[in-house]
Unconditional design. Structure first.
Length: 353
Protein backbone atom coordinates (compact mmCIF):
# COMPACT_ATOMS: atom_id res chain seq x y z
CA UNK A 1 0.00 0.00 0.00
CA UNK A 2 1.05 3.56 -0.59
CA UNK A 3 1.38 6.00 2.28
CA UNK A 4 1.46 9.75 2.62
CA UNK A 5 4.46 10.76 4.68
CA UNK A 6 6.00 14.02 5.80
CA UNK A 7 9.43 14.67 4.29
CA UNK A 8 11.43 17.89 3.93
CA UNK A 9 8.43 19.99 4.86
CA UNK A 10 6.10 18.50 2.19
CA UNK A 11 3.72 15.56 1.87
CA UNK A 12 5.11 12.70 -0.24
CA UNK A 13 3.58 9.50 -1.58
CA UNK A 14 5.82 6.52 -0.81
CA UNK A 15 5.56 2.75 -1.01
CA UNK A 16 4.83 -0.11 -3.40
CA UNK A 17 1.45 -0.83 -4.98
CA UNK A 18 0.77 -3.78 -7.31
CA UNK A 19 4.52 -4.20 -7.78
CA UNK A 20 5.01 -0.53 -8.76
CA UNK A 21 7.41 1.35 -6.54
CA UNK A 22 6.32 4.95 -5.97
CA UNK A 23 8.38 7.87 -4.71
CA UNK A 24 6.54 11.07 -5.53
CA UNK A 25 6.12 14.46 -3.94
CA UNK A 26 2.68 16.01 -3.86
CA UNK A 27 4.12 19.53 -3.79
CA UNK A 28 1.89 20.21 -0.77
CA UNK A 29 3.25 21.62 2.45
CA UNK A 30 3.24 19.12 5.32
CA UNK A 31 0.43 20.66 7.37
CA UNK A 32 -2.88 19.16 8.40
CA UNK A 33 -4.61 21.65 6.12
CA UNK A 34 -3.13 19.94 3.04
CA UNK A 35 -3.20 16.34 4.32
CA UNK A 36 -6.60 15.53 2.70
CA UNK A 37 -5.35 16.83 -0.66
CA UNK A 38 -2.24 14.69 -0.31
CA UNK A 39 -4.41 11.64 0.36
CA UNK A 40 -6.34 12.35 -2.83
CA UNK A 41 -3.06 12.38 -4.74
CA UNK A 42 -2.23 8.98 -3.21
CA UNK A 43 -5.60 7.56 -4.26
CA UNK A 44 -5.17 8.89 -7.81
CA UNK A 45 -1.72 7.30 -8.08
CA UNK A 46 -3.16 3.95 -6.97
CA UNK A 47 -5.92 4.26 -9.59
CA UNK A 48 -3.37 5.07 -12.29
CA UNK A 49 -1.34 2.00 -11.35
CA UNK A 50 -4.45 -0.21 -11.33
CA UNK A 51 -5.41 1.12 -14.77
CA UNK A 52 -1.90 0.56 -16.07
CA UNK A 53 -1.61 4.26 -16.87
CA UNK A 54 0.81 5.30 -14.18
CA UNK A 55 3.69 7.21 -15.82
CA UNK A 56 2.26 6.63 -19.30
CA UNK A 57 -0.14 9.53 -19.67
CA UNK A 58 0.47 11.93 -22.51
CA UNK A 59 0.85 15.46 -21.20
CA UNK A 60 -0.84 18.10 -23.37
CA UNK A 61 -0.36 21.01 -20.99
CA UNK A 62 1.46 24.04 -22.41
CA UNK A 63 4.12 26.12 -20.72
CA UNK A 64 1.58 28.89 -20.14
CA UNK A 65 -0.75 26.42 -18.42
CA UNK A 66 2.13 25.34 -16.19
CA UNK A 67 3.11 28.95 -15.49
CA UNK A 68 -0.45 29.85 -14.45
CA UNK A 69 -0.62 26.88 -12.09
CA UNK A 70 2.77 27.76 -10.66
CA UNK A 71 1.72 31.37 -9.97
CA UNK A 72 -1.54 30.20 -8.42
CA UNK A 73 0.37 27.98 -6.06
CA UNK A 74 2.82 30.74 -5.14
CA UNK A 75 -0.09 33.07 -4.43
CA UNK A 76 -1.56 30.49 -2.05
CA UNK A 77 1.80 30.36 -0.30
CA UNK A 78 1.94 34.20 -0.40
CA UNK A 79 5.35 33.95 -2.06
CA UNK A 80 4.70 35.55 -5.44
CA UNK A 81 6.21 39.01 -5.80
CA UNK A 82 5.57 41.40 -8.69
CA UNK A 83 9.05 41.06 -10.18
CA UNK A 84 8.74 37.28 -10.42
CA UNK A 85 5.26 37.57 -11.94
CA UNK A 86 6.60 40.02 -14.53
CA UNK A 87 9.41 37.64 -15.51
CA UNK A 88 7.00 34.73 -15.84
CA UNK A 89 4.72 36.77 -18.09
CA UNK A 90 7.76 37.55 -20.24
CA UNK A 91 8.49 33.82 -20.53
CA UNK A 92 4.92 33.15 -21.63
CA UNK A 93 5.20 35.61 -24.53
CA UNK A 94 7.68 33.23 -26.17
CA UNK A 95 7.04 29.83 -24.59
CA UNK A 96 3.32 30.13 -23.84
CA UNK A 97 1.96 27.76 -26.52
CA UNK A 98 4.83 25.27 -26.30
CA UNK A 99 3.72 21.80 -25.02
CA UNK A 100 5.71 20.90 -21.92
CA UNK A 101 7.10 17.59 -23.27
CA UNK A 102 8.67 19.42 -26.23
CA UNK A 103 10.81 21.73 -24.08
CA UNK A 104 14.41 20.56 -23.77
CA UNK A 105 17.80 21.95 -22.78
CA UNK A 106 18.99 22.65 -26.33
CA UNK A 107 15.90 24.69 -27.10
CA UNK A 108 16.35 26.76 -23.95
CA UNK A 109 20.07 27.29 -24.70
CA UNK A 110 19.20 28.59 -28.18
CA UNK A 111 16.63 30.95 -26.69
CA UNK A 112 19.21 32.34 -24.26
CA UNK A 113 21.84 32.97 -26.95
CA UNK A 114 19.30 34.74 -29.18
CA UNK A 115 17.23 36.69 -26.65
CA UNK A 116 19.34 37.23 -23.54
CA UNK A 117 22.66 38.37 -25.01
CA UNK A 118 22.29 41.72 -23.23
CA UNK A 119 22.18 40.01 -19.82
CA UNK A 120 25.14 39.04 -17.68
CA UNK A 121 25.57 35.45 -16.45
CA UNK A 122 24.16 36.29 -13.01
CA UNK A 123 20.99 37.75 -14.52
CA UNK A 124 20.60 34.79 -16.90
CA UNK A 125 20.92 32.43 -13.98
CA UNK A 126 18.29 34.30 -11.95
CA UNK A 127 15.87 34.27 -14.89
CA UNK A 128 16.45 30.57 -15.45
CA UNK A 129 15.77 29.82 -11.79
CA UNK A 130 12.17 30.97 -12.28
CA UNK A 131 11.85 29.18 -15.61
CA UNK A 132 13.11 25.92 -14.10
CA UNK A 133 10.86 26.34 -11.05
CA UNK A 134 7.80 26.33 -13.35
CA UNK A 135 8.93 23.10 -15.02
CA UNK A 136 9.75 21.46 -11.69
CA UNK A 137 6.35 22.38 -10.28
CA UNK A 138 4.70 20.78 -13.31
CA UNK A 139 6.89 17.70 -12.80
CA UNK A 140 5.52 17.30 -9.27
CA UNK A 141 1.94 17.98 -10.32
CA UNK A 142 1.56 16.04 -13.58
CA UNK A 143 1.70 12.31 -14.07
CA UNK A 144 3.80 11.43 -17.09
CA UNK A 145 5.89 14.60 -17.24
CA UNK A 146 9.53 14.76 -16.22
CA UNK A 147 11.09 18.20 -16.15
CA UNK A 148 14.15 18.44 -18.40
CA UNK A 149 17.53 19.29 -16.92
CA UNK A 150 18.29 22.86 -17.93
CA UNK A 151 21.91 24.03 -17.90
CA UNK A 152 22.62 27.27 -16.11
CA UNK A 153 25.68 29.44 -16.80
CA UNK A 154 28.58 29.33 -14.39
CA UNK A 155 28.65 32.41 -12.21
CA UNK A 156 31.66 33.31 -10.13
CA UNK A 157 29.73 35.10 -7.39
CA UNK A 158 32.33 34.68 -4.67
CA UNK A 159 32.81 38.41 -4.22
CA UNK A 160 34.32 39.51 -0.93
CA UNK A 161 35.16 43.15 -1.62
CA UNK A 162 35.14 44.87 1.75
CA UNK A 163 36.32 47.92 3.64
CA UNK A 164 38.96 48.02 6.35
CA UNK A 165 37.85 49.33 9.74
CA UNK A 166 39.34 52.78 9.09
CA UNK A 167 37.69 52.95 5.66
CA UNK A 168 34.30 51.94 7.07
CA UNK A 169 34.58 54.68 9.69
CA UNK A 170 35.57 57.18 6.99
CA UNK A 171 32.46 56.30 4.96
CA UNK A 172 30.07 56.70 7.92
CA UNK A 173 31.77 59.95 8.98
CA UNK A 174 31.42 61.28 5.41
CA UNK A 175 27.76 60.35 5.37
CA UNK A 176 27.16 62.04 8.72
CA UNK A 177 28.79 65.23 7.40
CA UNK A 178 27.56 65.34 3.79
CA UNK A 179 24.47 63.05 3.62
CA UNK A 180 23.15 63.12 7.16
CA UNK A 181 19.79 61.69 6.15
CA UNK A 182 21.54 58.51 4.98
CA UNK A 183 24.03 58.17 7.82
CA UNK A 184 21.79 55.68 9.75
CA UNK A 185 21.42 53.55 6.62
CA UNK A 186 25.15 53.09 6.08
CA UNK A 187 26.00 52.73 9.75
CA UNK A 188 23.36 49.98 10.01
CA UNK A 189 24.58 48.11 6.93
CA UNK A 190 28.15 48.14 8.24
CA UNK A 191 27.31 47.35 11.87
CA UNK A 192 24.66 44.65 11.30
CA UNK A 193 25.41 43.09 7.88
CA UNK A 194 21.79 43.39 6.73
CA UNK A 195 20.77 42.77 3.16
CA UNK A 196 18.90 45.55 1.41
CA UNK A 197 15.60 43.65 1.66
CA UNK A 198 16.10 43.37 5.40
CA UNK A 199 17.12 47.01 5.81
CA UNK A 200 13.96 48.43 4.25
CA UNK A 201 11.84 46.06 6.36
CA UNK A 202 13.24 47.26 9.70
CA UNK A 203 10.72 49.08 11.88
CA UNK A 204 11.07 50.73 15.29
CA UNK A 205 10.08 47.52 17.06
CA UNK A 206 13.04 45.69 15.53
CA UNK A 207 15.28 47.33 18.13
CA UNK A 208 15.34 45.71 21.55
CA UNK A 209 16.56 48.38 23.94
CA UNK A 210 16.61 45.98 26.90
CA UNK A 211 18.68 43.31 25.16
CA UNK A 212 20.62 45.87 23.10
CA UNK A 213 20.16 43.92 19.87
CA UNK A 214 18.80 44.62 16.40
CA UNK A 215 16.23 41.97 15.59
CA UNK A 216 16.52 41.08 11.91
CA UNK A 217 13.62 39.03 10.64
CA UNK A 218 12.36 37.73 7.31
CA UNK A 219 12.16 40.46 4.70
CA UNK A 220 8.75 41.80 3.66
CA UNK A 221 8.86 40.06 0.27
CA UNK A 222 10.57 36.86 1.35
CA UNK A 223 9.67 34.94 -1.80
CA UNK A 224 13.28 33.88 -1.98
CA UNK A 225 15.56 34.38 0.95
CA UNK A 226 18.51 32.52 2.35
CA UNK A 227 18.26 34.51 5.54
CA UNK A 228 17.53 33.19 9.00
CA UNK A 229 16.17 35.42 11.74
CA UNK A 230 18.84 36.63 14.11
CA UNK A 231 19.56 39.18 16.84
CA UNK A 232 22.66 41.25 16.18
CA UNK A 233 24.24 42.94 19.22
CA UNK A 234 24.22 46.72 18.96
CA UNK A 235 27.36 48.72 18.38
CA UNK A 236 27.57 52.19 19.90
CA UNK A 237 26.33 53.67 16.61
CA UNK A 238 23.39 51.27 16.48
CA UNK A 239 22.41 52.15 20.05
CA UNK A 240 22.22 55.82 19.03
CA UNK A 241 20.19 55.02 15.90
CA UNK A 242 17.82 52.79 17.89
CA UNK A 243 17.29 55.44 20.55
CA UNK A 244 16.32 57.96 17.87
CA UNK A 245 13.47 55.66 16.72
CA UNK A 246 11.71 55.56 20.08
CA UNK A 247 8.24 56.97 19.81
CA UNK A 248 7.95 56.44 16.06
CA UNK A 249 4.82 54.64 14.74
CA UNK A 250 5.46 50.90 14.56
CA UNK A 251 4.26 50.57 10.95
CA UNK A 252 6.64 53.16 9.48
CA UNK A 253 9.98 51.87 8.12
CA UNK A 254 13.00 53.32 9.90
CA UNK A 255 15.12 53.51 6.75
CA UNK A 256 13.55 55.60 4.00
CA UNK A 257 14.49 57.69 1.00
CA UNK A 258 14.41 61.47 0.74
CA UNK A 259 10.78 61.35 -0.38
CA UNK A 260 9.59 58.62 1.96
CA UNK A 261 9.60 54.79 1.88
CA UNK A 262 11.12 53.18 -1.18
CA UNK A 263 8.86 51.26 -3.55
CA UNK A 264 11.03 48.16 -3.30
CA UNK A 265 14.53 47.04 -2.22
CA UNK A 266 15.88 47.54 -5.75
CA UNK A 267 14.96 51.23 -5.61
CA UNK A 268 16.64 51.54 -2.24
CA UNK A 269 19.77 49.81 -3.54
CA UNK A 270 20.00 52.09 -6.58
CA UNK A 271 19.63 55.26 -4.50
CA UNK A 272 22.05 54.23 -1.77
CA UNK A 273 24.67 52.99 -4.22
CA UNK A 274 24.72 56.47 -5.77
CA UNK A 275 25.45 57.94 -2.35
CA UNK A 276 28.11 55.34 -1.61
CA UNK A 277 29.79 55.95 -4.95
CA UNK A 278 30.01 59.66 -4.17
CA UNK A 279 31.54 58.95 -0.79
CA UNK A 280 34.09 56.46 -2.14
CA UNK A 281 35.11 58.81 -4.94
CA UNK A 282 35.78 61.66 -2.54
CA UNK A 283 37.53 59.41 0.00
CA UNK A 284 39.81 57.81 -2.60
CA UNK A 285 38.18 54.37 -2.31
CA UNK A 286 37.29 52.17 -5.33
CA UNK A 287 34.12 53.57 -6.90
CA UNK A 288 34.08 52.15 -10.45
CA UNK A 289 34.94 48.92 -12.19
CA UNK A 290 34.91 45.44 -10.69
CA UNK A 291 36.53 46.64 -7.46
CA UNK A 292 33.95 49.36 -6.83
CA UNK A 293 32.46 49.20 -3.36
CA UNK A 294 28.70 48.54 -3.46
CA UNK A 295 26.12 48.55 -0.71
CA UNK A 296 26.11 44.75 -0.62
CA UNK A 297 29.87 44.87 0.02
CA UNK A 298 29.12 46.54 3.33
CA UNK A 299 27.65 43.17 4.32
CA UNK A 300 31.04 41.62 3.51
CA UNK A 301 32.63 44.41 5.51
CA UNK A 302 30.54 43.44 8.54
CA UNK A 303 31.70 39.81 8.24
CA UNK A 304 35.32 40.93 7.86
CA UNK A 305 35.20 43.24 10.86
CA UNK A 306 33.55 40.56 13.01
CA UNK A 307 36.23 38.05 12.01
CA UNK A 308 38.98 40.58 12.69
CA UNK A 309 37.50 41.08 16.15
CA UNK A 310 37.67 37.36 17.00
CA UNK A 311 34.48 35.86 15.54
CA UNK A 312 34.73 32.28 14.27
CA UNK A 313 32.79 30.76 11.37
CA UNK A 314 29.92 29.72 13.65
CA UNK A 315 29.56 33.27 14.94
CA UNK A 316 29.65 34.68 11.43
CA UNK A 317 27.09 32.16 10.17
CA UNK A 318 24.64 33.26 12.86
CA UNK A 319 25.29 36.99 12.55
CA UNK A 320 24.97 36.87 8.75
CA UNK A 321 21.81 34.76 8.93
CA UNK A 322 23.16 31.96 6.73
CA UNK A 323 20.99 28.84 6.73
CA UNK A 324 23.92 26.73 5.49
CA UNK A 325 27.54 26.91 6.67
CA UNK A 326 28.66 26.55 3.04
CA UNK A 327 27.44 30.12 2.48
CA UNK A 328 29.74 31.26 5.27
CA UNK A 329 32.83 29.50 3.93
CA UNK A 330 33.54 32.38 1.54
CA UNK A 331 34.66 34.27 4.66
CA UNK A 332 37.05 31.53 5.77
CA UNK A 333 40.04 33.68 4.86
CA UNK A 334 38.80 36.44 7.16
CA UNK A 335 38.86 34.29 10.28
CA UNK A 336 41.95 34.41 12.47
CA UNK A 337 43.28 30.88 12.31
CA UNK A 338 45.61 28.80 14.47
CA UNK A 339 47.16 27.57 11.23
CA UNK A 340 49.71 30.42 11.26
CA UNK A 341 51.01 29.35 14.67
CA UNK A 342 51.07 25.72 13.54
CA UNK A 343 53.13 26.48 10.43
CA UNK A 344 55.50 29.09 11.81
CA UNK A 345 58.66 27.43 13.04
CA UNK A 346 57.35 23.89 12.52
CA UNK A 347 60.64 22.64 10.98
CA UNK A 348 62.68 24.14 13.78
CA UNK A 349 60.51 22.40 16.37
CA UNK A 350 60.76 19.10 14.49
CA UNK A 351 64.57 19.40 14.43
CA UNK A 352 64.64 19.86 18.21
CA UNK A 353 62.51 16.79 18.69
Amino acid sequence: MLKVIRENGHWHVRGTFMGERVRRTTGLRATQQFKPNAERVRVQVERDIANNSFGNKRVHETFEDAAIEYMRWKKIEKRLDKRTESKINMFCEYWGNMPLPEIHNGMVASYITSHWTHLGPSSVKRYLNDFIAILNHADKRLTGFTAPKISRPFVDDVRTVHLEAEEATAVTDWMRKHREVFYPHFATMIDTGVRMKELVAIGPRCFSHNKQVTMIRKSHDSARTKTNARDVPMSEAMSEIASATQGLPAHIPVYQGVNGPWENPASASAALNIELKAACKELGLPYKGTEAVRCHDLRHTFAYLCASNGADLGDIQYLMGHSDISQTMRYRGFVQSRARNCVNGMRAKSAVN
